[in-house]
Design a protein around this ligand. Structure first.
Ligand code: KG4
Ligand code: ZN
Length: 323
């Protein structure tokens, strides 16, 4: 990445084929695949960008939050690279990276703005006060939006990654065929809760099976996606009322969802505010977004020593230790 905005090369080694066999991510397999692929991926990225290591200014790496084994592979590799090339290490928070995917796709986007970050592990409403200054406005109390979509998709017989496959399968479904509740978290209007929706979709499938009937995957899928997206958009509107921001950003794997993208566009048009979404190839996990955020962390002086450790959990507004 150059200057946080320009992608010099973007290489993604997908593990999807491995995870399909097990219907989801098996942490040990994910870590092993990282170990097997990371050196080649970095070599190809450097070659595609036509760069030598002495032309780099820093090494950015996702250090938290996530599956600890996979994070450790990245952090250890980055430390080795930084040590051998004499470069500073810049630890990047995964969700900060997702938000930064929008800096790649929208050269005019600058903070402050309100962001909805929805992935397999997180669902957050965030005020982005500055490039490295964040306030959490709301979050999920149970499942993440992507997790809720993945589990429902799996129950409907779809392959991993369920969210993306459900999006396709539900394209022509009737989103009013099934009724879902609109769960609210008492006293926390900006928080999400998806576990009730998930239980209801599983119950719908089980009762149909018991009656010897089969559910219509397109109709149930479309109704379920609508229920999840309704929750996301409703809370996002409340967040925008609160911040008064004229810019709304979506990010994370679930921001690839066609219904969410359409509904976010409609909502922003109605409110006469600007919507920013990553291109589809930068919605899911990728290294370019980490490089983009890494630039802003680096220029803010947020580097780490070789004592840097990966962390499975970390708040987006927390700082990595400098030493
Ligand atoms: O950000 P991401 O690639 O990885 C995590 O940080 O978790 O997000 C992965 C999540 C998965 O739950 C996946 O099913 C979901 O994003 N996802 C989608 C779509 N594409 C990926 N969910 C709904 N519709 C999609 N088109
Ligand atoms: Zn992610």
């Amino acid at each position: 990445m150059e200057d946080g905005r320009k992608v010099l090369s973007a290489v993604v080694a997908s593990q999807i084929q491995e995870h399909i066999k097990f219907g989801g991510v098996v942490p040990e397999i994910a870590s092993r695949q990282h170990t097997e692929n990371i050196a080649d991926v970095v070599a190809v990225a450097m070659r595609t960008a036509a760069l030598d290591y002495d032309m780099l200014d820093a090494v950015a790496v996702t250090a938290a939050p996530g599956l600890i084994g996979a994070l450790l592979v990245g952090v250890s590799f980055a430390k080795g690279l930084a040590y051998s090339s004499g470069l500073p290490i810049v630890p990047v928070h995964h969700l900060r990276g997702h938000i930064a995917s929008n800096y790649i796709c929208h050269p005019d986007l600058e903070p402050p703005f309100t962001a909805l970050v929805v992935s397999g592990g997180h669902s957050h409403l965030i005020r982005v006060n500055g490039y490295t200054d964040f306030t959490v406005l709301g979050r999920t109390r149970d499942d993440a939006a992507g997790e809720a979509l993945d589990k429902a998709a799996r129950a409907m017989g779809l392959d991993y990654p369920g969210g993306a496959n459900l999006d396709k399968a539900a394209k022509d479904g009737n989103d009013r065929a099934y009724e879902f509740p609109h769960p609210r978290v008492d006293g926390s209007p900006l928080d999400f809760s998806f576990s009730g929706l998930k239980t209801q979709v599983l119950n719908t499938i089980n009762s149909a099976n018991q009656r010897g009937e089969t559910v219509s995957v397109p109709d149930l899928g479309a109704s379920y996606i609508k229920a999840v997206v309704d929750c996301l958009i409703k809370r996002a509107e409340l967040a925008l009322d609160m911040t008064g921001d004229g810019k709304f950003v979506i990010a994370g794997g679930v921001s690839a969802n066609s219904v969410l993208r359409r509904r976010a566009a409609g909502m922003c048009e109605k409110r006469k505010i600007k919507l920013f979404m990553p291109e589809l190839r930068f919605c899911g996990d990728n290294a370019a977004m980490i490089g983009a955020q890494g630039f802003y962390e680096f220029t803010s002086g947020h580097t780490a020593s070789l004592r840097l450790n990966a962390k499975a959990t970390m708040e987006i507004d927390a700082a990595f230790p400098a030493e």
